[in-house]
Write a protein that binds this ligand. Structure first.
Ligand code: ZN
Length: 214
């Protein structure tokens, strides 16, 4: 557990440098054995998080919230994303880590479409996604944002179930939730998706200027 706590702190610093968790936004969780999960706290600077600041929860189907808090650091609140993380873990038994990013690329991509999904295709970087191929197409769901993040949990759970090949759910004007079968795979997925989001934004801009065809 000590290593996983240190890994969350290290990843939060990396993600802060990328602009994914700035302004106290975003979050991260790692699932341990026995349905336990470590979760970064809410409302504090993610790049400053220390191992002792993390919450420990147990995923639990018997309660309305679907989790119980096992360890709670003093004077900190659990992440507003917690019920969303729990929904994703429930729908993806193999997922071991989830990253919530407020990446500007993810946000802008959701602003340029009114559709409820986005198609990613014809990029070599798709191979970095589990099951991804250059010639295949990869579709991600887009949900509309809500005022309180916890109110997204049910919709995220449904979207994760509805798109079994996706490793992420976009939330319009807000960001993206990305998972993987290990913390490293979740990080790789987050990097690949962010590259793909940036590439698609540029592709759509250049198409609008008639600088590339299609
Ligand atoms: Zn958020």
């Amino acid at each position: 557990m000590k290593e996983s706590k240190e890994l969350i702190c290290k990843m939060c610093r990396l993600f802060y440098a990328k602009g994914w968790v700035s302004g106290t936004g975003g979050g991260m969780t790692i699932r341990l054995d026995n349905d336990l999960a470590l979760i970064a706290p809410s409302g504090i600077q993610k790049e400053e998080i220390q191992p002792e600041d993390l919450f420990l929860i147990k995923l639990d189907n018997s309660e309305n919230t679907n989790y119980k808090i096992i360890e709670k650091p003093d004077n900190l609140n659990i992440s507003a994303c917690t019920s969303i993380f729990v929904q994703i873990f429930k729908q993806r038994p193999a997922a071991k880590a989830i990253i919530h990013s407020h990446s500007i690329n993810a946000v802008m991509l959701t602003k340029i479409t009114q559709y409820t999904e986005i198609l990613l295709e014809k990029y070599e970087m798709l191979k970095g996604l589990q099951g991804g191929t250059y010639f295949g197409s990869h579709i991600l769901p887009i949900l509309d944002n809500v005022e309180h993040e916890c109110d997204l949990a049910e919709a995220v759970g449904k979207a994760v179930k509805q798109y079994p090949l996706a490793h992420a759910v976009l939330v319009r004007d807000h960001g993206v939730y990305i998972w993987g079968d290990s913390p490293e795979k979740a990080k790789i997925h987050a990097e690949c998706y962010d590259y793909l989001f940036a590439a698609l934004l540029q592709e759509k801009t250049l198409k609008a200027l008639n600088l590339i065809k299609g």
